[in-house]
Ligand binder design. Structure first.
Ligand SMILES: [Zn+2]
Length: 467
């Protein structure tokens, strides 16, 4: 029932043609269906990715590791803080390799098996490589992954452990994509790059189907944009729900990019067709670091058609959003995903999104995969351990920095929570390190902080500001 069609000029191609651009006009090609016939089709089986297989191109060999069917968390604490109505997070970190790309891997590897391929090649800035490597491992396909130099450590670790062949090419994923296209042409391997295989969009549209089943059609749907393919896929999903008579309204889409790499947002703001970034892109949200977004035009059209908007957020905003999301809702999102919440905060402040609105933010992948977070955590862990060891000593230093104090008074000021012997033990150790000295007054020992002790306190304060 499915066929390929150019999204630009409408030219029809045979299905599974392994083409992503129209031979006539170079427009992106996509799968289309006979929607009148599809009206009679149903969702089948349990709440998971393959429940929607009647709405996907035909598959004989189903590759599955339990993808899809991810939770939609209602964020009660965050919506209260932001004075918003209902906020939901679609938690794609709960997929087999902890990102939304497992949906793509399931469909692509199924298709590769149907077409009797033995090897898959893909360009990726991380999540897709991790997913495809795992699914290829399970189904015995060779997996060749082209990554740019900028790739998250956790994702690279996944590709390595799943035994993919990893080739580094260029700075960003745009470079890697060219290489993957070359390799597929030379070797005949199955093209698994999301931007080069229209099945990826089909796989991701199931996110829309699931959200519809979980909460109906939201007022707003906030989605991170790298190539723009994910946003376009979610839009395609909702449109299909409309075409098959399941819904009679559509969400307004909000596309989010990082300030340091926002070609789609720029094109929207300046109302121009040009979508390639002229400057060198830079953001820590590596999953959305794409200079030349292949689905950019389609994503922009989707945003406009939905009466939505696009917005960019800074890396600082992304990181504080990431921490808040974890602290208040228990969701550990990668930077590209936390960008959706950073955007929500901005739009709540600007009163674009209000108390009556129901909003869904797409959390595409887990924070455990991102390099920066791993580094920040190692730093924090070290400090936390040091902090624990010093807590009583730090308290003693703080008391002494105000005035010289007798041992007995220190014990009282510390709330008598430990023995006096323990206090003297701490004082002993502090004086051995040259942070405290003692002197006699009225036959009793008075303790005093040294200049060095004061320096240590100041350093600790500086460290706390940093964290
Ligand atoms: Zn065309």
């Amino acid at each position: 029932m499915a066929f390929l069609k150019c999204a630009n000029c409408g030219k029809r191609l045979e299905a599974y043609a392994q083409k992503h651009r129209c031979p006539e006009c170079r427009g992106m090609v996509e799968y289309q269906y006979d929607y009148e016939k599809l009206k009679a089709s149903e969702f089948i089986g349990s709440f998971s990715f393959w429940r929607y297989r009647n709405f996907l191109p035909k598959v004989k060999n189903v590759a599955s590791m339990g993808e899809g069917g991810t939770p939609l968390h209602k964020a009660r604490r965050l919506s209260k803080t932001l004075k918003l109505g209902s906020v939901y997070f679609k938690d794609e970190t709960r997929n087999p390799t902890n990102s939304f790309r497992d949906r793509c891997a399931a469909l692509l590897v199924s298709n590769a098996l149907d077409l009797k391929h033995k090897a898959v090649v893909c360009a990726t800035n991380g999540n897709l490589g991790a997913s495809l490597a795992a699914y290829c491992a399970k189904y015995g396909l060779a997996c060749h992954i082209v990554v740019p130099r900028n790739v998250d450590m956790g994702k690279l670790a996944q590709m390595l452990i799943y035994d993919a062949v990893i080739e580094e090419h260029g700075e960003i994923v745009d470079d890697a994509l060219e290489k993957a296209e070359e390799i597929a042409a030379e070797t005949g391997w199955y093209q698994g790059s999301a931007e080069l295989n229209p099945l990826a969009v089909e796989a991701l549209k199931t996110i829309a189907y699931e959200v519809y089943e979980q909460v109906g059609v939201p007022d707003w749907f906030i989605i991170p944009m790298g190539s723009g393919g994910t946003l376009y896929a979610v839009w395609k999903g909702f449109k299909e729900l409309g075409k098959t008579g399941k819904v009679d309204s559509l969400p307004r889409l909000i596309g989010v990019q990082a300030e340091g790499c926002s070609p789609i947002v720029n094109a929207y703001m300046q109302n121009v067709q040009e979508l390639t970034l002229k400057t060198k892109p830079s953001t820590h949200a590596l999953a959305i670091l794409v200079k030349n977004p292949s689905y950019g035009r389609l994503a922009l059209e989707a945003v406009k058609e939905s009466k939505g908007l696009v917005i960019s957020v800074s890396d600082e905003e992304i990181f504080s959003a990431e921490q808040e999301l974890a602290k208040l809702e228990g969701i550990f999102a990668e930077p590209a995903s936390a960008a959706t919440f950073a955007a929500l905060k901005k739009l709540a402040n600007q009163r674009v999104i209000g108390e009556a609105d129901r909003t869904v933010c797409l959390i595409t992948g887990s924070g455990l995969k991102a390099t920066d977070i791993l580094q920040a955590l190692t730093k924090k862990r070290k400090t936390a351990v040091v902090g624990l060891e010093l807590s009583t000593k730090e308290k003693i230093l703080r008391i002494l920095s105000e005035k010289d104090t007798y041992g007995y008074d220190l014990w009282k000021k510390l709330g008598k929570t430990m023995t006096r012997a323990a206090i003297y033990q701490h004082l002993n150790e502090l004086s051995k390190r040259g942070l405290v000295v003692s002197y006699e007054e009225n036959g009793k020992k008075l303790f005093k902080i040294t200049r060095r002790g004061e320096k240590v306190l100041r350093a600790m304060d500086a460290l706390k500001l940093l964290l």
